[in-house]
Design a protein around this ligand. Structure first.
Ligand code: BGC
Length: 411
């Protein structure tokens, strides 16, 4: 990665399963099995949210939990990239769907690789720099059956997939992200048991992380050996942890930072050209986590705390790696908070940058409304809303505010 590159990348992110539609992977079956249960549990889980009345109809409908056609991005990517371009964005982060590329173990689908080649060309034609994620939470069904990321041979499977993809697409990709949020993935899938394969075990959680670390390291060296000029990183979920004061809280804060933000990073720091930061959460630590004031919250009840991004970025300085904010976004169906949300987070980023954090880009999550995993379609993160009956795209007002921020910020 050239350290003197003047370009700042402004973009938005998506992931394959959340937007493409028509996928067949480990989530697809899980969604069908769990839709009715998730709809039934919604009042208990979300009933206390201030905007429950607006969410209720969607959240209690089992259909909400089936990704199905998603938002039809697989067919409509050109239209979507036209929108991104019209919004002044010069970069776009998206993920490749492993289950499309390798639907059967060891058998690669050339047509799907061609599809992603077309996607990359469509971005390049519009002057948009692609940031490509190899794996964003989903696995091919055959791999899930073999034990998914816990399988001893998982790193080998990941490398074979990566090699195929990078040789097919590498000419057109400069920025690779091996995987998205390994810690969130392992936590939700193997410790909390709320995502497939629904395990609840600390041991499985750590085994998953260990295998993901192995897979990342090997993928890093593979990609660099094939395309030495490429930049390879991973996207981490990084939270801000602030102690409420006192010995116990200070200690808990330190442990949380090490265990959550830095564990994976410390084991991969020599196998990274950049750090991707997905920033959503702040935690005030007062004899426990998340003791927040919650003065402003999203539709999902997540606290909006832009200042935390500043602290997260400042703490990464000591790793001496370029940083991209690869995700930052808010669920806000009525678009009342998004413009201020983006403005305040970019201000926090700018402050960190002024104080020496080597931040090279900002990607809003998400370009489009999409399938929010076990919450389905009701949370609306998009700069662009999508009517899922007609697939019509409508720009939200905040999308233009983001455009103005891009145009008026000179990094
Ligand atoms: C994930 C996205 C998700 C977003 C909002 C991130 O943890 O990478 O897939 O949609 O958060 O929950």
């Amino acid at each position: 990665m050239p350290y003197n590159e003047p370009m700042f990348y402004w973009g938005s992110s998506t992931s394959a399963h959340q937007v493409e539609g028509g996928n067949e992977n480990d989530w697809t079956e899980w969604e069908k099995r769990n839709a009715a249960r998730l709809a039934e549990e919604a009042p208990r889980k979300f009933g206390a949210l201030p905007n429950w009345q607006h969410i209720k109809a969607a959240a209690t409908n089992p259909e909400n939990y089936i990704s199905g056609d998603a938002v039809g991005h697989y067919e409509r990517y050109e239209e979507d990239f036209d929108i991104a371009k019209s919004l002044g964005q010069n970069a776009h982060r998206f993920s490749l769907e492993w289950s499309r590329i390798e639907p059967v173990e060891g058998r690669f689908d050339e047509q799907e690789l061609r599809h992603y080649r077309d996607v990359l060309s469509a971005l390049r034609e519009r002057g948009i720099e692609p940031f490509v994620t190899l794996s964003h939470f989903t696995l091919p069904a055959w791999l899930a059956e073999k034990g998914g990321v816990l399988a001893t041979e998982f790193p080998a499977h990941f490398i074979r997939y990566a090699e195929k993809v990078v040789s097919a697409l590498g000419e057109n990709v400069r920025f690779w992200i091996t995987m998205n949020e390994p810690e969130i993935y392992a936590f939700n899938s193997y410790y909390r048991g709320v995502w497939p394969p629904e395990e609840r075990s600390v041991i499985s959680f750590y085994r998953a992380i260990a295998n993901l670390i192995r897979a990342h390291r090997r993928a890093y060296h593979l990609i660099k050996s094939m395309f030495p000029k490429s930049s390879v990183g991973a996207a981490f979920n990084m939270s801000d942890f602030q102690s409420a004061g006192g010995f116990v809280n200070n200690l808990l804060t330190k442990i949380a930072k090490l265990a959550w933000n830095e564990h994976f990073l410390r084991h991969t720091r020599r196998h990274l050209d950049f750090v991707g930061v997905n920033y959503y959460f702040h935690n005030l630590v007062r004899y426990g986590f998340n003791k927040n004031e919650n003065r402003a919250v999203s539709d999902m009840g997540w606290e909006i705390f832009p200042g935390g991004l500043y602290y997260v970025l400042m703490e990464l300085k000591r790793y001496r790696l370029p940083i991209f904010v690869t995700e930052n976004g808010v669920a806000d169906a009525r678009d009342e908070k998004r413009a201020v949300f983006i403005r305040d987070h970019v201000a926090a980023l700018a402050r960190a940058k002024r104080e020496g954090a080597d931040v090279r880009g900002y990607f809003y999550w998400s370009l489009l409304d999409n399938f929010e995993w076990d919450k389905g379609f009701w949370p609306k993160f998009g700069l662009v809303s999508v009517d899922r009956h007609t697939m019509k795209r409508t720009m939200r007002a905040s999308a233009n505010e983001y455009k103005k921020i891009i145009q008026s910020t000179n990094f």
